[in-house]
Design a protein around this ligand. Structure first.
Ligand code: AMP
Length: 606
């Protein structure tokens, strides 16, 4: 290649290596994130071989951060957060304070400036959204009570960090003289406590600007953005819609940063949140997903690039101390806080395991700390090493928690009660802790119908099954829809139906029929294939959008495949025939075996 093309080679090098190592990590049952970080280390300057452009990579990564935060905003339901605020808000704040204190103590021990130590502690206190959500999803915990608490906790942490990202530069710019690392934050803070107007006014200004931006978004953005998206949706162009989503996410983030001095991340978060209320949010999330994933990958690659593996040899003890704070210190604090709120042991263990890692916000804080001259580079390297190792250890932490749970519960039961009052109190507490029914158990139904997908198609099928009294259950991978189903009293499991663990919950082996009402034929084939292998006599009805898909689904075991477009056409023909007084022979419209038996099997429960 004759030309020097750093942008292209950085994107290509980053994505290709991330793909290779992500796939290897997946194979080894580790989060792909680990593979991306390793790919970054390999294209970084600290390892031999190809070195990606060190200024372009972080800039590309910034797009990943914007889209990630936009995605968080799109899923941010104020209602969910409010339902767990009683524990999530004080819990997250107490835990941030505790972890920051530990980090600060380590920094102080190493002789770092106070500001730097505080940034270090803050960076260790916040868990990665991506790692946490993936861990919860894999264990089907998102819609359980403990899952909601963990997500609420994470959102409070994220909001606190967003505020920190705004306030740290403000405090640093006032505190420092602009000529290097002279403890600007601590100087700023001490002046703040000495009622120095400089920093006070600066922080107030920042808060006013943030408030102004938030108010503008909530008043105008809330109307303008969904309205624009609806208009674009009506053009019918998927390409324009996708472009619109990107333009809004990136545009609002950039505008927020330039005009209001708000961080790109916070701007993107609000752009997502105002769209979250619109029915289009689901589609917007879907459309922005591919690009978000690609740039998020580049984000992790660029973080990996900063990491100098030599630190593992030079500073093993410091790394151990950092990991101790992240994995043990933080988790233990969360565990005790949750128990203090009289939540069950299982909940406390899940929450502490899911928070025992650090991720994207820590990287942003570390980068900011170094840029402002607060945090020594060593601190950033410790954060990076701590993140990489804690993410790798996270599945292990979940495993240990699962193992520890019966032991801890056993120990609790064996504790002798000293006096009758205490015994009674303990019995009360045990009762309070007893209903751990937020765990997902397989269905008790048999001879039932299984419906996969509860969207435009599944909803109609489901209502029909319900009114005919057929015992049935639904598998859906959108938590919004699951909430809707539960509200209607319909048994529903959340998860991707392609995953065997999800299908197993539906008691396939004794089910009478399976309706696959999802649009993706590839996934539908995988579902049909598994169902057929478990239950050779089950009736499988599937949905398709082309003749090729019909053939494929039949090949994988579907008995009847309904082709959406054909049914639409026939519906139109029907209507036209009414006007033109023509009749369409019935047998042309439906194959004889397309009628789904609504079934009259009685509701069988064990
Ligand atoms: P629609 O195309 O409107 O009928 O919506 C399809 C529905 O199926 C949506 O609600 C999706 O969340 C859901 N869905 C799509 N793929 C899967 C899957 N693999 N497992 C479970 N639910 C799915």
């Amino acid at each position: 290649m004759p030309h020097d093309t750093p942008l292209i080679s950085t994107i290509v090098g980053g994505l290709v290596l991330a793909f290779v190592f992500g796939a290897i990590a997946h194979r080894l049952r580790m989060p792909p994130l680990v593979g991306y970080l390793i790919a970054g280390v390999l294209v970084g300057p600290h390892t031999p071989g190809y070195v990606a452009d060190q200024s372009l990579a972080p800039e590309l990564a910034e797009i990943g951060v914007i889209l990630l935060m936009f995605g968080v905003g799109l899923h941010f339901s104020l209602k969910d957060l409010l339902s767990v605020r009683g524990i999530a808000v004080p819990g997250a704040i107490a835990q941030i304070a505790f972890a920051t204190l530990l980090g600060w103590a380590l920094g102080a021990f190493l002789g770092w400036p106070t500001g730097g130590s505080l940034v270090f502690g803050l960076a260790l206190s916040v868990a990665s959204t991506v790692v946490l959500l993936k861990a919860l999803q894999e264990r089907r915990l998102v819609e359980t009570e403990r899952g909601r608490i963990a997500v609420g906790w994470l959102i409070v942490e994220d909001l606190a960090m967003v505020l920190a990202l705004v306030l740290i530069p403000a405090a640093a710019s006032i505190g420092g003289d602009g000529h290097g690392p002279v403890e600007p934050l601590s100087a700023g803070l001490s002046r703040l406590f000495g009622f120095d107007l400089g920093i006070g006014a600066m922080i107030a200004m920042t808060l006013v600007k943030v408030a102004l931006f938030v108010a503008l978004m909530l008043v105008f953005g809330r109307k303008l953005i969904p309205w624009t998206m609806h208009r674009i949706a009506h053009t019918g162009s998927r390409e324009l819609f996708r472009l619109g989503v990107l333009a809004i996410a990136l545009g609002v983030a950039f505008g927020a940063a330039k005009l209001f001095g708000v961080s790109l991340a916070l701007g993107a978060f609000f752009a997502g949140m105002v769209l979250a209320e619109s029915e289009l949010s689901h589609r917007a999330a879907q459309e922005s997903l591919p690009l978000r994933d690609a740039f998020a990958v580049l984000f992790f690659v660029s973080v990996g690039m900063l990491f100098d593996p030599n630190i593992l040899i030079d500073r093993p003890l410091l790394i151990l101390a950092t990991i101790f704070i992240i994995v043990i210190g933080k988790s233990l604090a969360a565990f005790l806080i949750v128990l203090a709120f009289k939540k069950p042991l299982g909940t406390a263990l899940t929450i502490s395991a899911s928070l025992g890692q650090i991720g994207e916000f820590s990287f942003i804080l570390a980068a900011l700390g170094v840029e402002l001259g607060l945090l020594p580079e060593e601190g950033r390297d410790l954060i990076l090493a701590g993140a990489i190792i804690s993410i790798v250890l996270n599945p292990l932490l979940f495993f240990l928690c699962d193992r520890m749970r019966p032991l801890l519960e056993g120990a609790k039961r064996e504790e002798p009660a000293a006096d009758p009052a205490a015994a009674a109190a303990e019995a009360g507490a045990a009762q309070e802790q007893a209903p751990e029914d937020d765990e997902v158990h397989p269905t008790a139904l048999s001879g039932h119908a299984i419906l996969i997908g509860y969207g435009r198609v599944g909803r109609i099928v489901g209502q029909n099954l319900k009114s005919s009294g057929t015992p049935f259950l639904v598998i859906e991978d959108s938590d919004k829809r699951i909430g809707e189903l539960k509200a209607q009293g319909i048994e529903a499991f959340m998860g991707n139906a392609v995953a065997r663990e999800t299908l197993d919950l539906a008691n396939l082996s004794t089910a009478r029929s399976l309706a696959i009402a999802i649009p993706n034929a590839f996934e539908a084939c995988r579902i049909a294939e598994q169902a057929r292998s478990v239950n050779p006599s089950i009736l499988i009805v599937a949905r398709a959008h082309s003749d090729a898909e019909v053939d494929e689904l039949k090949q994988y075991g579907a008995d009847t495949v309904i082709m959406g477009e054909r049914e639409i056409a026939l519906g139109m023909v029907d209507r036209l025939a009414q006007v033109h007084h023509e009749s369409v022979p019935y047998e042309d419209r439906h194959e004889p075996d397309t009628i789904i038996p609504t079934g009259t099997a009685p509701l069988e429960k064990e």
